[in-house]
Write a protein that binds this ligand. Structure first.
Ligand SMILES: Cc1cc2nc3c(=O)[nH]c(=O)nc-3n(C[C@H](O)[C@H](O)[C@H](O)COP(=O)(O)O)c2cc1C
Ligand SMILES: [Mn+2]
Length: 475
């Protein structure tokens, strides 16, 4: 079974698990996560225990997918894989995922504890306030919102943020077009309440699929099974019949009534800003709460992108942009990197230049393909001697190989959205793009001044002799 607790044990074996006792739910555990990410290269998975005011064993787990090794482990790949190989493997795999239907279990530890109408209290769990200007405590950040299409009958699992209004009612934020939102609209247009189930703690493969693009009408649990090659185990909620992960730690069932709205937010968004306005959003009326003994609440606080907690999105999206370049027939793309600190705003790619205009072609397509266009801003194209996952090298390439007057092109009125902090309210929807061509100019690339730093080959050769010594000396 894909189980969160087993997953945490495996992460511990990789030496990437940190346990922190005695932090407060109010800003302290999220701020500590940010500090740990700034100081640690690994960015460990963190489990907070003994949270102030809560019983020992009531835990919050964050940062679960913020390292390549843990992402690979979660997806059933070798945790020792390199960034480059991960992107290559996902490029191949994503083209041919065959969903595997989940297996339905009758019993699950989730039902060890049950709260029914009258004694429901979501604040029984150590729900954090994540950012200083947030409008409340968000129980749903790494959550699975499960709904069924009333006409077509398929089940969707999406991550949408959920704020606590009170013990038994929650605010649910679903943007137009999202699958859960479409389901809600269909129920409400028919004048009926939307039945809903939500899991708040589970194996991270669930979050991975619930928070990324999965094709229409495909159940995310089945898609997750297709990624790992193994069916997920689910149990049905007793009230709604909606499927929840069998390893769920905390879950609810309830309904969203038509015309039942309350003001929600603000919530620090993935851009690192509070950019969208805060309309009233629908309310979940909670009818039952289930949890395991000593439950673990999962969190994905959307720290500033520069904290690197969003690494898995970058790695996966890099593969999708690369595939789009391939499908458009752009040859010799050597690497694509949707830079984590850029949120969605920056894409870097390297090519082996083959013909005049090759660099511009690659950059334009990266800037406009499905996975690169939405909320894009900068596309930087470099030669393939640059390691594009290393920001220092990218900056060196831009600084030394581009000429602003010739190397930068601006595209106007491209696909943006309300979350772009730099677009004034009245212009939201459109944004411009800069293409920065930081390759050596094609016509004189052979006579361009030679690089003086040690070549990759030379470094690897010298490294072979000295690595033992250096590993010992360099901390
Ligand atoms: C932490 C986190 C919070 C999110 N919150 C929301 C949200 O409040 N509303 C929303 O529409 N999408 C939100 N998303 C994005 C959706 O999860 C994402 O678009 C997903 O693909 C939606 O699934 P769907 O295609 O099945 O609708 C969030 C993503 C993450 C990682
Ligand atoms: Mn979906």
């Amino acid at each position: 079974m894909a189980d969160l607790r087993t997953w945490l044990d495996e992460v511990d074996k990789l030496d990437q698990l940190m346990t922190v006792n005695d932090a407060h739910w109010d800003l302290e555990l999220s701020t500590l996560t940010e500090i740990i990410n700034e100081r640690s290269k690994i960015r460990p998975a963190i489990v907070f225990n003994r949270i102030e005011g809560y019983p020992d064993g009531y835990r919050v787990a964050v940062n679960l997918l913020s390292s390549l090794q843990r992402l690979a482990l979660t997806m059933g790949m070798d945790p020792g894989i390199s960034e480059f190989d991960f992107v290559q493997q996902w490029r191949r795999q994503v083209k041919s995922i065959e969903p595997i239907e989940p297996r339905k279990l009758k019993h699950a530890p989730l039902f060890e504890n049950v709260q029914k109408a009258g004694d429901i209290d979501l604040l029984k769990f150590p729900v954090p306030r994540w950012h200083e200007l947030d409008g409340g405590r968000y129980v749903g950040t790494d959550d699975l919102v499960v709904t069924r299409d009333p006409e077509e009958n398929w089940v969707n699992v999406g991550t949408y943020r959920i704020m606590i209004h009170g013990r038994d009612h929650l605010g649910l934020h679903m943007s137009p077009g999202k699958h859960g939102r479409v389901h809600r609209d269909k129920y409400h247009q028919a004048g009926k309440p939307l039945p809903i189930a939500v899991s708040f703690g589970h194996h991270p493969i669930n979050f991975l699929v619930a928070s990324t693009d999965v094709p229409n009408r495909i159940n995310e649990y089945a898609y997750a099974g297709g990624i790992t090659g193994k069916a997920l185990d689910i149990v049905e909620g007793p009230l709604t019949g909606l499927p929840l992960p069998a390893d769920a730690e905390i879950a609810i069932e309830g309904e969203v009534l038509p015309n039942d709205f309350m003001p929600e937010g603000p919530f620090g968004e993935w851009t690192g800003y509070y950019a969208s306005n805060q309309p009233a959003v629908p309310v979940i009326r909670v009818q039952a709460v289930y949890h395991r003994d000593d439950p673990i609440l999962c969190g994905f606080p959307l720290l500033k992108p520069s904290s690197g907690d969003n690494l898995h999105f970058s790695l996966m999206r890099s593969a999708l942009i690369w595939n789009a370049l391939d499908e458009a027939g752009v040859p010799d793309v050597r690497a694509v990197w949707a830079h984590p600190s850029g949120g969605r705003f920056m894409t870097v790619l390297s090519i082996r230049q083959r013909y005049p205009g090759h660099a511009k072609q690659a950059a334009m397509i990266a800037s406009q393909c499905r996975s690169g266009a939405y909320l894009g801003r900068y596309v930087i194209v470099v030669d393939d001697d640059i390691d594009i996952t290393n920001s220092e090298e990218v900056i060196w390439a831009i600084s030394s190989r581009s000429d602003p007057a010739q190397s930068i092109d601006i595209l106007r009125r491209c696909w943006s959205g309300p979350l772009d902090p730099r677009i004034p309210a009245e212009e939201k929807g459109f944004s411009s793009r800069a293409i920065i061509d930081a390759t050596r100019p094609y016509e004189w690339r052979e006579t361009f001044p030679k690089v003086s730093g040690a070549s990759r080959e030379l470094k690897s050769e010298i490294g072979k002799k000295w690595n033992g010594f250096l590993d010992d000396k360099i901390r």
